[in-house]
Design a protein around this ligand. Structure first.
Ligand code: C5P
Length: 223
């Protein structure tokens, strides 16, 4: 008997990360930030100057990638590459961009599959990404698809950056976000789309707390 999984998929800035983290905390379950895994591979490839077109080398690199996440304490969720904390570095749009280029390749996705599935451990897992409900955990009993208008997602990202003291231009952010959405939705392998049995929530005009409450009600009804 496999342990339970809640999948939360959707485009960047829809609130997946925050909601997944909060749900995992409330339930006392494990958390998989699958985007961070693609971003970690992207960071390694940028640092090591691996040509993004060299799929064979990238797939090998993906298999051997030494990554981890801090599980407890105030830095919970922070990503590690070869033991070094790189959570700030992987949030940079250069990593987001490169991640979405690498993520379009089926060989690279395949190389990261088992690693993602290994997060499914008792008592349960909350997994966020683009293909958690469609490809990685197709048997998940609860699947959520979060959306929000592109303008609202760009505003959220802008606010987040400002809070971190990073200056950014709202129009540039909107364009980057739309370019990444287009690439993620139009790729052949594991495109961004709701699973047939996913429950879609538009978060444009909803607070994080309201969305968490809706998802929690669904979880309680299903598990
Ligand atoms: O969610 P996040 O912005 O961190 O993801 C970075 C990129 O990684 C996405 O734009 C997408 O191309 C890729 N990704 C993916 N499948 C996932 C998670 C992320 O293709 N499950």
């Amino acid at each position: 008997e496999q342990s339970a999984v809640i999948t939360i998929d959707g485009p960047g800035g829809a609130g997946k990360g925050t909601i997944a983290r909060e749900m995992a905390r409330e339930l006392g379950w494990h958390l998989l930030d699958s985007g961070a895994i693609y971003r970690l591979l992207a960071l390694a490839s940028l640092r090591e100057n691996i040509d993004p077109g060299n799929v064979v080398r990238l797939a090998e690199r993906a298999e051997a990638l030494d990554i981890g996440f801090i599980v407890e304490g105030e830095n919970a969720g922070a990503a590690l590459l070869e033991g070094e904390r790189v959570d700030a570095a992987i949030r940079d749009e250069s990593c987001g961009e490169r991640a979405s280029v690498l993520a379009a390749d089926p060989t690279i996705r395949e190389a990261l599959k088992a690693r993602q599935r290994a997060f499914r451990q008792p008592p349960g897992l909350v997994a966020d990404g683009r293909d958690m409900g469609t490809v990685i955990f197709p048997d998940a009993p609860v699947k959520i698809f979060l959306t929000a208008s592109a303008g609202e997602r760009a505003r959220r990202r802008h606010k987040q950056l400002m809070e971190q003291g990073v200056t950014a231009n709202l129009d540039d952010l909107l364009q980057e976000l739309q370019a990444r959405d287009a690439r993620d939705s139009q790729r052949q392998t594991a495109p961004l789309k709701p699973a047939d049995d996913a429950f879609t929530i538009d978060t444009t005009e909803q607070s994080i707390d309201a969305v968490i409450q809706t998802v929690m009600e669904r979880v309680k009804a299903r598990l």
